[in-house]
Design a protein around this ligand. Sequence first.
Ligand code: ZN
Length: 360
Amino acid sequence: MKPEEGIRFLRQFQELLAEGGFVATYKFALMQALADLSVEHQAAQDGSLRLHVDQLAEKFVEYYWNQARPFHDRVLRQNTKGQAEVLLRIQDYRSLSDGKLGQLQADRAAWQKLIRRVAAIIVKMPLWRLQIVGNRKNEFLYREAEYRDRSLRLLPGVPDAFRAFHPMLTSMIRGGWISQIHRIGANKPVLGAQAELEDFLFGTDRRSLERFTAVIRAHQSRECFYCGKRVTGQGDLDHFIPWSRYPLDLGHNFVYAHKGCNNAKRDHLAAVTHLERWRIQNLDEGHSLAKAFEREGLSSDLERSVLIARWAYEQGCASGARLWVRDSEFEDCDYRWQSALAAPSALRLAAEDASPRYEG
Ligand SMILES: [Zn+2]
């Protein structure tokens, strides 16, 4: 594998992880299965690897087997709506085999039956959705057109990349998996203080988020940043550059939006028109915002925020990210983002022109 191929693979893999359109945790199980099977099997001469869906299903059962046990007093939910079907099936078989995976595997008929059922769910749910990024398919791992006899073909070079980066990919996958479990509301009472640990260590203080919301909501006159319509309910504070891409809690990275608009945007980068509006909010009106942040004791740093936005668009666009427009509408990322986002030096000069810099 050439170095640039490895980097390209990692970039595309990161985009898949950032794609937040999954309601169940299947995406993570599938990614892990592909990575593990690439290690456990010999690739063909051309560097490809054919995998039967039953092999994927066996991996799913392995991963979810222990997860189907109660955590404290109940089984964790692996789907935002109800329990994930694979978990339900596994729970049935756990009770049949006294919770012993080996015992179930030894009962060939029962084992085959479970594998068949799980394989059917994989084909129906995550298999053809995994490689959709912002409504578009990017088939860099395997192609739907090459699916036959219930088997898929990992493209040449893919098994190699999975082997080369296996430890790193595993921790990325597990991190994403854990975060999704945390995000599922029904798990909060079970996880309790444990769910708060990550927030406590790496998150933002809730009180400062509330103060950010107040400042930005007032600045935007209660209008949604994305659709421009008035927000009647509570509204959301949105990280303009998504938290999952760069955990940035500086004032200028926040915008105020409808809950619905914020949920639709998920972890995507916003479209060029939004980026332009973001620059205007921060360039033309940034000084009054910065003053308000300062008054409230909230941190902000316009130049740093712009540099991070620049980095995020530069990298996202190089990895094939699609930009969110509205609802489920996306656009391609092209060079236009650069003009939408003025160069940081121009930005700084404009800010200096607008008002004298204060000492400090
Ligand atoms: Zn809106």
